[in-house]
Ligand binder design. Structure first.
Ligand code: FAD
Length: 220
């Protein structure tokens, strides 16, 4: 049995960021990841380029959330787009802002984003356990008992950052939902936001990744 002060489940952007920002007295922090390596979804984000944030003022950005604006307002003001850019730049990741206000790593390579997060974690002495699928959580007197397929962990604080269930091959498979429910939490019904369209005999595969402006005239 291994003991930590903080255990984070999931090595996606949320879990890795939680580890990077953790500020615990004993610095005994670990991340558990079910896949063989961290950040699988992060690596495919923005077609492998990773659109980090947007450069428009938070006030204007909030309007894009429609009726959900209230839900994210507090978060977006607590850690603004400018804070995120400053965080990455001060940790050695240069960023670039495109004319459409999208912010990317200057290298246009999501691997550099992942490596920056892993480097910060490493400096803080955070342990990362891959191939460690969480199969159970038990609440105990002084914290939590977390079991994986091959180990068990005791922790004072637990952060669940296991993502959604939209892309199982990246690890977001919803396998934590029933475990979270078993702890007494309610999972709100979820629905896909962005979905791929799968077609047969598609003749334009070579055009994949090209974005066009609304009402743009394409000479045929
Ligand atoms: C094709 C694509 C392109 C995208 N492009 C962008 C973009 O350019 N910019 C942007 O901001 N967002 C983008 N997104 C969205 C972004 O990738 C997600 O919002 C982000 O990855 C969510 O982070 P997360 O850490 O919450 O979850 P995830 O990235 O899903 O990470 C969760 C982690 O938890 C692990 N896990 C799950 N269950 C368990 C378990 N039982 N035990 C142990 N580990 C577990 C998973 O293996 C996974 O590694 C894109 C998404 C897709 C699919």
């Amino acid at each position: 049995m291994r003991t930590y002060e903080l255990l984070i489940i999931g090595a996606g952007p949320a879990g890795l960021a939680a580890a990077c920002f953790s500020n615990f007295e004993k610095h005994e922090v670990a991340v558990l990841e079910q896949k063989s390596s961290p950040g699988k979804k992060l690596l495919i984000a923005g077609t492998g380029q990773c659109n980090l944030t947007n450069a428009i003022p938070t006030k204007d950005f909030l309007d894009k959330y429609g009726p959900n604006k209230k839900f994210v307002k507090n978060c977006l003001y607590k850690f603004k787009n400018t804070d995120l850019i400053e965080f990455f730049e001060s940790n050695g990741l240069k960023t670039t802002t495109l004319p459409n206000n999208k912010v990317f790593p200057e290298s246009m390579n999501s691997k550099d984003v992942l490596n920056t997060l892993l480097r910060i974690m490493d400096k803080k002495g955070v342990d990362l356990y891959c191939e460690s699928k969480v199969t159970g959580i038990q609440i105990i007197d002084d914290g939590y008992l977390v079991t994986t397929q091959k180990d068990s962990f005791k922790t004072e604080f637990l952060c669940i950052a296991s993502g959604g269930k939209s892309y199982p091959s990246t690890g977001s498979d919803g396998s934590m939902y029933s475990i979270i429910e078993s702890l007494g939490h309610k999972i709100n019904p979820h629905a896909p936001a962005l979905t791929p369209i799968i077609t047969n005999n598609f003749n334009f595969t070579s055009c994949a990744g090209i974005g066009l402006k609304k009402n743009c005239n394409i000479p045929l």
